[in-house]
Design a protein around this ligand. Sequence first.
Ligand code: NAD
Length: 361
Amino acid sequence: MELKITCIPGDGIGPEIVAQAKKVLDKAGEVYGFQPVYTDILMGGASIDVHGVPLTDEAIETAKAAEAVLMGSIGGDTTKSPWYKLPPNLRPEAGLLKIRKALNLFANLRPALLYKELAGACPLKEEISAKGFDIMIMRELTGGLYFGARQTVEENGIRKATDTLTYDENEIRRIAIKGFEIARKRKQKVTSVDKANVLDSSRLWRAVVEEVAKDYPDVTLEHMLVDNCAMQLVKDPAQFDVILTENMFGDILSDEASMVTGSIGMLASASLNDSKFGLYEPSHGSAPDIAGMDVANPIATILSAAMMLRYSFDLDKAAVAIENAVQQVLKEGFRTGDIYSEGCEKVGCTKMGDLIAQRIQ
Ligand code: NAD
């Protein structure tokens, strides 16, 4: 079986970490009987340098023709790179917004998983971190407050700004369905987060999520107010499986959840549309300060590739094999610089990719 994958190596450490993810995918393909076929496209600064724009229409068409997109990261040093002297719509990050829109990626998935071996990096109290946690935040990405009508006016010398938060039931239903489907592949629990005690949009959110839940009797649904959820994430993160929420709440909660894991180089992410198609990328940026030095941690990108196998290709066993290989390498004490602690063996980006690929079985 061939897997058609478009790759966006991007800028900074992007090409180094994507190379490791490809290596791991190739090995998983050998073991589990599939063949990844990659087509690379330029995006971000790399595309600006060649085409003068951060993403060409041809590159979008190539991405659309694939079954999934695997990305490194884009962007440069925002204070020094000439890319940031360009108008905002021609800067590297504009490419990312354009591809998300062109591919209709409305569901953002961010896992926050605490590895036992990295529990020391968790800023929570030991009695909390000792329980471990494995949370998937599912955030609506194309609606709500960030996309509603807004204006700033001056009335009688007083400046007044308005933002609007609108969701229709179809937008809520499609993300809720994704949330329940993903929970089915995990621990069968959805915590839907809203502010239904105040907001109409949240009351509709809650009602539609309840309707969708009827089709998933095997999945437990609970509702939680967003302020409580922010507290529970630091008090008892082990209680969560899938957290399903709207755009702004998800923006804030996913950053909070990832920070409690303590290690930026470990955090994968996915953005999905209503088919199996998705864009998979690490949560971190292009780390221009360490680009080209072979010291970046490739694990977030490798784990993003595992998510791609699970959610775009239904290759769950191969995804688990990659996740187990990552865990095994950590257990054996290998660390890149960002997650290094005394007594471990420090390795570079390429070596980390080799070690993980070798342990896939
Ligand atoms: P960053 O995530 O690139 O780096 C923050 C710090 O974390 C740096 O010290 C970096 O060296 C370190 N770091 C990040 N990833 C690492 C890894 N895999 N291994 C080891 N260390 C790692 O954030 P930044 O410096 O604020 O942004 C740099 C550029 O990345 C900017 O141009 C920004 O716009 C862009 N960016 C892109 C994306 C994306 O492509 N989706 C996301 C965030 C930022």
